[in-house]
Ligand binder design. Structure first.
Ligand code: AMP
Ligand code: MG
Length: 504
């Protein structure tokens, strides 16, 4: 390979004063080995993908060399974790190398996760093991393909070093994570809790410049900042819920102010629909269950608003009023995204007053009948398509049977179907448009937990075939892939994964 490693760094965060971070190089590892480079993303970022595969490239991805133009640092932040307050967290096992502005004009962070100890490591070893690195690679890239705002995976490497975890020594790995930025609600909380008003203003202005330039027109812009962050979060959480995603650790330090999904720890997609579904092995109280995510997001956003109080208004009482008023709008904004999205999944483009109830009743029916969430909407889309087709009869029957089979009580489906059909008939949009809306709202392939776990086990045993396969399938989640039909299926009883681990 002739490509030379040259990253077009253009770092802005590193130019902020040093109360936002500690300068820190990644800690070298013994024997880096490349697992994967995300070629499309590299190209988008203005990086030659081949250069990442060179010796220099792999050494950089492993943290063994710091490329020209990088300004490595560990960011400081605080956070509420499962409701408990931690005054200082920060990048305990990650390094921000710097930023690039891509050929699309978008500024993105390049961040190594699993890259060794930093001043924020507390008791931790600063490392990650292969399992969570591959999990994050697969799930974040699947999210991107599902058109859900998310951090991305630029690359993954094995380190050649073992990492000691409860299960024993495990292969170490590093993921190169790319984000619109790594600024979290917890970043604001850190400076608020220290009473550092100047830092808050600097940070808020930086975030506005970088993510919400439209807010600059408002006076003062900080209320608009809260509204815009809230809007992106409301939209994000609704999108998660519409694909059955459960984040699992929605702590304030894991909530990005840029509105991207970040920190794929014990997250998972549910198979059987139930609003109380939880996966995280450490979430005993079901705090971050599927249906609780909007409430938690609003709580986190109220922490964000609170952190901005000192710069919202000179008079504390007025500032609190502004903050409260703004956060009170969350429920309505979220509901709009939620029902609009679920409407689309059902082929309902123009929502009517009765639709939220119809959607609620439909979901209740799915839960009562222990229906697979993804397959239900996928087969309903198939049914809608067969309604349009020439060879109606057989195909339609086919999908009807598939749908009936998903229900514990097939009669329950038979009773629901005419309701849906009569609601469909009131839509003004042509059936082709409704079908296309359903098709692009209802993925056929999601990263099902049992497949992700099987992929990790294979990789630990040295077989990256399942990783490559899963990655490729999930890059086109809305497309029929007859050869991969097996991957549409929920787990067999013996394959069900009940808990996912934080994987730290
Ligand atoms: P997370 O649960 O991954 O969002 O991490 C919460 C906090 O713990 C962050 O400050 C992380 O940097 C830190 N942390 C997690 N795992 C480790 C580790 N292995 N070594 C050092 N710090 C860690
Ligand atoms: Mg985190």
């Amino acid at each position: 390979m002739t490509a030379r490693l040259k990253i077009p760094f253009d770092n802005s965060f590193a130019q902020l004063p040093d109360q936002f971070y500690t300068r820190q190089d990644p800690v070298p590892v013994t024997a880096p080995r490349l697992i994967k480079v995300n070629e499309d993303l590299a190209t988008l970022m203005g990086i030659d993908p081949d250069s990442l595969k060179t010796e220099d490239g792999v050494q950089m991805l492993a943290g063994n060399n710091v490329p020209d133009g990088a300004s490595p640092l560990a960011m400081v932040y605080a956070g509420h974790q499962f409701g408990g307050w931690s005054p200082r967290l920060g990048d305990g096992r990650a390094i921000l190398l710097g930023e690039t502005v891509g050929i699309d004009g978008v500024r993105r962070d390049i961040h190594l996760k699993g890259s060794g100890r930093t001043p924020y490591s507390r008791g931790g070893d600063g490392r990650a093991w292969l399992g969570p690195v591959l999990r994050e690679y697969i799930i974040s890239e699947a999210m991107a393909a599902l058109d859900i705002p998310t951090t991305r995976a630029l690359a993954a490497v094995e380190t050649g070093n073992k990492v000691l975890r409860e299960e024993g020594p495990l292969p170490g790995a590093i993921i190169t994570r790319v984000a619109q930025s790594h600024i979290r609600v917890g970043t604001f909380q850190y400076h608020y809790s220290r009473g550092d008003k100047d830092a808050l203003r600097t940070l808020a202005n930086y975030v506005i410049d970088r993510h919400y330039p439209e807010a600059k027109q408002a006076h003062p812009p900080y209320r608009t900042l809260i509204e815009m962050v809230m809007d992106r979060q409301a939209r994000l959480i609704a999108k998660w819920m519409q694909v059955g995603f459960i984040h699992g650790v929605m702590n304030t330090d894991n909530m990005s102010v840029a509105g991207e999904t970040i920190d794929f720890g014990p997250c998972a997609f549910m198979d059987t629909y139930h609003p109380g579904t939880v996966f995280s092995s450490i979430d005993h109280a079901g705090r971050y269950a599927w249906a609780k995510q909007p409430g938690i997001a609003q709580w986190n956003l109220s922490q964000f608003a609170q952190s901005l109080l000192p710069i919202l208004h000179e008079e504390a009482q007025i500032a609190v009023g502004i903050g409260q008023e703004t956060i009170d709008e969350f429920q309505d904004i979220f509901s709009n995204y939620y029902f609009e999205g679920f409407g689309k999944k059902l082929g309902l483009i123009t929502l009517q007053p009765g639709d939220p109830d119809f959607i609620g009743d439909t979901l209740k029916l799915l839960s009562d009948n222990e229906v697979d969430f993804t397959l239900f909407f996928r087969h309903l889309t198939g049914f809608a398509r067969s309604n349009l087709g020439q060879d109606q009869g057989t195909q339609e029957q086919n999908y009807k049977q598939k749908l009936q089979k998903l229900f514990k009580d097939p009669e329950a489906f038979n009773n629901w179907l005419p309701q849906w059909q009569s609601r469909q008939n009131q839509e003004k949009a042509p059936p082709e448009e409704r079908l296309e809306t359903m098709r692009t709202s209802n993925p056929i392939f999601i990263p099902r937990n049992h497949q992700v776990e099987a992929m990790i086990q294979a990789a630990v045993a040295g077989d990256y075939g399942p990783f490559e396969r899963l990655h490729s399938i999930l890059s086109a989640p809305f497309n029929e892939q007859p050869d991969n039909a097996r991957y549409e299926q929920p787990p067999k009883p013996e394959e069900i994964v009940h808990a996912t681990f934080c994987g730290t």
